[in-house]
Design a protein around this ligand. Structure first.
Ligand SMILES: Cc1ncc(COP(=O)(O)O)c(C=O)c1O
Length: 358
C-alpha cells in the first residue's frame, strides 16, 4: 500500500524538528540549566521511592496547579499543565487553527509555532525583527491589521535572539487583536518581566511558562499555560487525559519545593551571562542583548568555531549559512567551569585563525 498517498497534505511537506545528538558533550545548545542538576537529581530520586507508579497520574495535575495558582495569584482553573510547553503550543493551535487559518509570529523565533501550525493545516506569517533583532512594533501592528490572524505567538525573552517585548506594546497588541495572543515566557525566570497578571483582564491572552529552563527540568517535560477561565475551558476540551506523567509531576513538585535554591542558581546564571558577554565582546564578537540564559553572537567563521567546540566535546547551537541567523552561534550559559571552557576554546581557535590570516 502507498501510505504516502494517505498522508494529509500539511504533513507531507513537513520538515521534522531536528535535534543535534552528541552523547558525551557538554550541552550548551538547548538552553537547559546545567547548574541545578546535582541537587534536583538527589531530591527527585528520594521522592520517587514513595510514588505509586502502578497508578495513572493525577490527570489535571491538581496539586501542582493549586500550588502554582497560590504563588501566581491565579485560581487553579486558570492554569493547565502540559507535557512541556511544546504540548501547550500545539493545544492552542489545535483548538483555534484550522485549514487555511493564519498564525502571526516573529522571525527569527522558536520553531515549534510554525511546525504545529503547519501540522494543523494553517499558515504562519512571520514578521521580521528589527535592527539588532529588537521587536519592531510598527511592522508587527501593520502585519496584524493586514493578516487578521486567528492566533499570535510572541516570545519574550525571544529564543534565539534574547530580546524582550515591552509590556505596553504587548498590551496594545492584546487590546487591538481579534485573535488569541499567546505570550511565551519560557525564559521568564532569567528576566523577571511578565504579563501573567493580565490574564485576569484580557480573555484572549494565554501566557506560557515552562520548568525546562530556569527550573532545570527539561527532561521531565513540564510546562503550564495561564489564561482566563473561558479560554482555559476550551484548552481543557482538547487536552489529552494524563498528559503529564506522575514521575514528571513529582519532579515538578520537587522543583517548586526547592524554589529558594533554584532561584539562587538562576541569579548565578544571570551573573555568568554578563561575564561571558563581556569576554566575548572583548574577543571582537557581536553579542546581542539577552534576557535569557543564552547569548546569541555573530562572528566570522561561525561554522569553524562550532566545529572546534564540538571536536572538544562542547555542543552549542549553529544556525547554518542562510537567513538572518547566518554566522550566528547561540551559547547557553552553563556552569562557571563550562563557560570558562567555552572561552578558552574560542580563544584557542581565534588565535589559530588569526595566525593563519597574518
Ligand atoms: C521560547 C520557547 N518556548 C517553548 C519552548 C519549549 O519548552 P518545553 O521544554 O517546555 O517544551 C522552548 C524550548 O526551547 C522555547 O525556547
Amino acid at each position: 500500500m502507498m501510505i504516502n498517498s494517505l498522508v494529509k497534505k500539511s504533513v507531507k511537506s513537513l520538515i521534522p524538528y531536528r535535534v543535534e545528538e552528541c552523547q558525551d558533550a557538554i550541552k550548551l545548545d538547548a538552553n537547559e540549566n546545567n547548574n541545578v542538576a546535582y541537587l534536583l537529581n538527589q531530591k527527585i530520586a528520594k521522592a520517587l521511592m514513595e510514588l505509586k507508579v502502578n497508578q495513572y497520574p493525577d490527570s489535571d495535575c491538581c496539586r501542582l496547579r493549586g500550588q502554582l495558582g497560590r504563588e501566581l495569584g491565579l485560581s487553579p482553573q486558570q492554569l493547565l499543565m502540559g507535557c512541556g510547553s511544546d504540548q501547550l503550543i500545539s493545544l492552542v493551535i489545535n483548538s483555534f487553527v484550522g485549514e487555511g487559518d493564519k498564525v502571526l509570529t516573529l522571525t527569527p523565533t522558536f520553531g515549534m509555532y510554525k511546525l504545529s501550525t503547519q501540522i494543523a493545516g494553517g499558515a504562519t506569517v512571520e514578521v521580521p525583527l528589527g535592527e539588532d533583532f529588537t521587536f519592531d512594533f510598527y511592522s508587527f501592528m501593520k502585519a496584524l491589521r493586514r493578516e487578521s490572524p486567528k492566533v499570535i505567538f510572541l516570545t519574550t525573552p525571544n529564543n534565539p535572539t534574547g530580546g524582550i517585548i515591552p509590556r505596553e506594546q504587548l498590551i496594545k497588541i492584546i487590546e487591538y487583536a481579534n485573535a488569541i495572543v499567546v505570550v511565551d515566557e519560557a525564559y521568564y525566570e532569567f528576566c523577571g518581566e511578565t504579563v501573567i497578571d493580565l490574564v485576569n483582564y484580557y480573555p484572549n491572552l494565554v501566557v506560557l511558562r515552562t520548568l525546562s529552563k530556569g527550573y532545570g527540568l527539561a527532561g521531565a517535560r513540564v510546562g503550564y499555560a495561564a489564561g482566563g477561565r473561558g479560554i482555559m475551558g476550551i484548552l481543557y476540551k482538547v487536552k489529552p487525559p494524563y498528559n503529564v506523567s506522575s514521575i514528571s509531576q513529582l519532579a515538578a513538585q520537587v522543583c517548586l519545593d526547592n524554589r529558594g535554591f533554584i532561584e539562587a542558581e538562576i541569579q548565578e546564571v544571570i551573573k555568568e551571562r554578563e561575564k561571558l558577554r563581556t569576554a566575548l565582546e572583548a574577543m571582537g564578537m557581536k553579542v546581542y542583548k539577552s534576557y535569557g540564559n543564552f547569548l546569541l553572537c555573530r562572528l566570522d567563521k561561525a561554522k569553524e568555531m562550532y566545529n572546534y567546540l564540538l571536536e572538544n566535546k562542547v555542543l552549542v547551537r549553529y544556525f547554518g549559512e542562510e537567513g538572518p541567523l547566518a554566522g550566528c552561534l547561540r551559547i547557553t550559559i552553563g556552569t562557571k567551569e563550562e563557560n570558562q571552557l567555552v572561552l578558552k576554546l574560542l580563544q584557542e581557535i581565534l588565535d589559530v585563525t588569526t595566525e593563519v590570516a597574518v
